[in-house]
Design a protein around this ligand. Structure first.
Ligand code: PLP
Length: 449
């Protein structure tokens, strides 16, 4: 027997139930059997984590140049134009347009593909609320597809039954930067004449079958808000393979001015002001190399955690489509309370936090939280949709079984954890293993979530 095998056996005995029989070596060690911090033990991790966002003094000279130039808005070309060029090259997109936010990118893209008042857009329910809001902004109905709990993304089979004669577009979301299965989504859309806008707001550099998210539908939308992997405080972008569509986006985001092939005479089309400033453009440009390097680190860390945490009973890593690569805006796993002796997810998360590992349950079944009730009750929606349609829409939320299971089981770590070194990642594994090994004690302590 090799030394490592013998060590493993000793360790796994100590770690008790923490290690699935025959699952092979894990880093679970004696520490995994120690008393959980929430019950008075010593926390596994005490070093804290990377804070976010990150500012580097060497970026300041470029920022000062913009300040002193007096050319602060995007009309000057400058950093915004350069960022658009770099972002489209990085993604392999034909064109890129910077916008003021991910939300305004989505609103613009939906307008350009023709989503109008009284239309329906099929969207993934498991997403940040802004995905719903971008559709509601057009007085269109966000019809909720179901979620595949194995991927956390849209279940493509749930799209077709939701198509009505009002359906105009499908808006899949690559949640947490995990690419959703776009081939079947595009196939249904093509067959039924629907437009496709990707909500890639968390999917900077994510890849589906060798192509970047944001280039797989007709238009892809990104966010550069404070918490995102390439933050500018606020900011967004639209990418596309069709230059004419992106020209139309450009026009809409710039008060309806004529742009490129989309000719007109002055202000000739509806529009808004969703422009990015040069200050934000500079902040984004400085971070491109950083994003590329950190994306590789996050992927490597996520692969390691998938391997290690996947050996712990009751923890299931999330699946991505074949030949595809996630970028992990959050690092999610699925938590099965039954395999933890009935320890509720909320108490598990509290206990995890006590070990120095920040975790969250992320999205709830937020469609029950009032946003849609308010929309349905509004004069506009009541004028635009028959009462039966609005009732059926409201009733349909109860049928989202896959999404309910998803919302009930996700445990996610912030992306900054994935930037930590290997010993810190091992702390994450140890904390999960410890809570598994001591789940009976945690249940017996009758802690509140
Ligand atoms: C962040 C985000 C948005 C909205 O982006 P903002 O820049 O905050 O407007 C939309 N969809 C998803 C999935 C997001 O994560």
């Amino acid at each position: 027997m090799s030394t490592s095998r013998r060590q493993f056996l000793t360790r796994s005995t100590l770690a008790g139930a923490a290690v699935a029989a025959g699952a092979g070596p894990t880093i679970a060690s004696a520490a995994a059997a120690a008393k959980p911090a929430i019950l008075g033990g010593k926390p596994v991790h005490q070093g804290g984590w990377q804070t976010w966002p990150v500012w580097k003094p060497e970026w300041e000279a470029e920022m000062l140049k913009v300040c002193r130039s007096g050319k602060w808005n995007q009309a000057a070309g400058g950093a915004v134009a350069e960022f658009q060029q770099r972002w489209s090259e990085l993604l392999g997109a034909r064109r890129c347009l910077a916008t003021s936010s991910g939300t305004t990118a989505l609103i613009t893209a939906l307008h350009v593909v023709g989503v109008d008042a009284g239309d329906e857009v099929i969207v993934s329910p498991y997403t940040f609320i802004a995905s719903y809001n971008a559709i509601l902004a057009h007085k269109a109905l966000p019809v909720l597809a179901d979620t595949d709990p194995a991927t956390l993304n849209i279940d493509p089979a749930s799209i077709a039954p939701r198509i009505t004669d009002r359906t105009r577009a499908v808006m899949p979301v690559h949640i947490f930067g995990l690419p959703c299965d776009m081939d079947p989504v595009n196939a249904i859309a093509r067959a039924k004449g629907l437009r496709v806008v990707e909500d890639a707001c968390q999917a900077w550099l994510a890849e589906y079958k060798g192509r970047k998210c944001g280039t797989l539908g007709e238009l892809g939308c990104f966010s550069f808000q404070q918490s995102k992997h390439i933050p500018a405080g606020e900011g967004g972008a639209i990418t596309g393979m069709d230059a004419d569509l992106v020209d139309r986006c450009d026009s809409y985001h710039n008060c309806g001015r004529s742009v490129g092939n989309f000719k007109g005479n002055g202000f000739f089309t509806r529009g808004s002001n969703f422009r990015l400033t040069q200050f934000q453009g500079v902040v984004l440009l400085q971070q491109i190399e950083k994003l590329v390097a950190e994306t590789a680190r996050r992927r490597e860390a996520a692969a390691y955690l998938n391997d290690q945490l996947g050996r712990i009973p009751g923890i299931t890593p999330v699946r991505v489509p074949e030949n595809s690569r996630g970028v992990y805006h959050l690092y999610p796993v699925r938590y099965d309370a039954a395999a933890f002796g009935g320890l509720s997810r909320d108490v598990f998360l509290r206990a995890l936090g006590a070990e120095g590992i920040p975790g969250s349950a992320v999205y709830k079944e937020q469609y029950f939280d009032g946003i849609f009730d308010e929309a349905i009750a509004s004069r506009g929606f009541q004028r635009l949709f028959p009462a039966e349609r609005l009732k059926a829409f409201r009733d349909s939320f109860r049928e989202l079984r896959g999404n309910r299971a998803t919302c009930a089981s996700v445990v996610a770590l912030p992306q900054t954890v994935l930037l930590a070194d290997r010993p810190a990642l091992d702390h994450v594994v140890e904390a999960f293993a410890r809570l598994q090994a001591r789940s009976a004690d945690l249940v017996a302590a009758k802690l509140k979530g």
